[in-house]
Design a protein around this ligand. Structure first.
Ligand SMILES: C[S@@+](CC[C@H](N)C(=O)[O-])C[C@H]1O[C@@H](n2cnc3c(N)ncnc32)[C@H](O)[C@@H]1O
Length: 215
């Protein structure tokens, strides 16, 4: 249930879901590299959680490399499209759930890898979300994030977003720098194992490992 998320945010993502599904990834080579790097951090029989999975492309792509993927998203319409994609691909080890990350109540230390791709700039309380995701990681597990970090002149989006959101044209949007996000994640005790700012340098791809685990 999504009681913790304002209805207008659910409506926004529901409304753009069909368009989002048709939109190609901005840079196919960068996307493929992110998939490759992610897989290099997956143990055999990985239990994966993806939050903000959108139309399910990444969850379906990783499914053959995992024991199970639990893929969640705030928007029931995004999830409906994602379920269709999984069916078409013949993938049976992905469970989709329409649920805001704020309402997720995952068991502690359950997942080998948690993916939050193009999500952390869209949540109101990033600190609480990061803490929750960390609690659901197994010792030695990895948090993999890809986040729009709007700095410099792009901070203007943070100023206009509340107006656009009130009118229903923009989602909730937070601005922060790549270094700030890295510090927040490391502040939870996770160790950065891969840090990449491809292309225009505004999207931070991070692989961060929780202490402990085998070896
Ligand atoms: C920019 S899209 C990214 C989708 C996908 N991760 C990708 O990389 O293509 C952001 C997604 O996050 C979802 N979302 C926004 N706020 C959320 C929240 N608080 N909890 C969970 N999902 C959320 C939206 O419904 C949307 O599907």
């Amino acid at each position: 249930m999504n009681a913790m998320t304002p209805a207008r945010d659910i409506r926004f993502w529901d409304r753009i879901s069909e368009k989002y599904a048709k939109k190609p990834v901005p840079d196919e080579a960068v996307y493929q590299e992110k998939l490759r790097i992610t897989r290099s951090f997956l143990p055999p029989e990985a239990q994966i959680l993806e939050v903000g999975c959108g139309t399910g492309t990444t969850a379906v792509a990783h499914a053959p490399y995992a024991a199970h993927v639990h893929a969640t998203d705030l928007s029931p319409e995004m999830i409906r499209i994602a379920e269709g994609r999984a069916r078409e691909a013949g993938v049976t080890n992905v469970t989709f759930e329409a649920l805001g990350v704020e309402a997720l109540e995952g068991a502690p230390e359950r997942y080998d890898a948690i993916l939050a791709l193009s999500l952390l700039h869209l949540v109101a309380d990033r600190g609480a979300v990061l803490k929750k995701l960390d609690s659901m990681l197994k010792p030695g597990g990895v948090l993999i994030t890809s986040t729009a970090c709007l700095t410099g002149a792009l901070r203007i989006f943070g100023l206009i977003a509340p107006i656009g959101r009130a009118l229903g044209y923009l989602p909730l949007l937070r601005t922060f720098s790549p270094d700030q996000l890295t510090r927040e994640i490391e502040g939870l005790g996770l160790k950065t194992e891969h840090r990449w700012l491809p292309g225009n340098g505004h999207t931070l791809f991070l692989v961060s490992r929780k202490a402990g685990g085998p070896g």
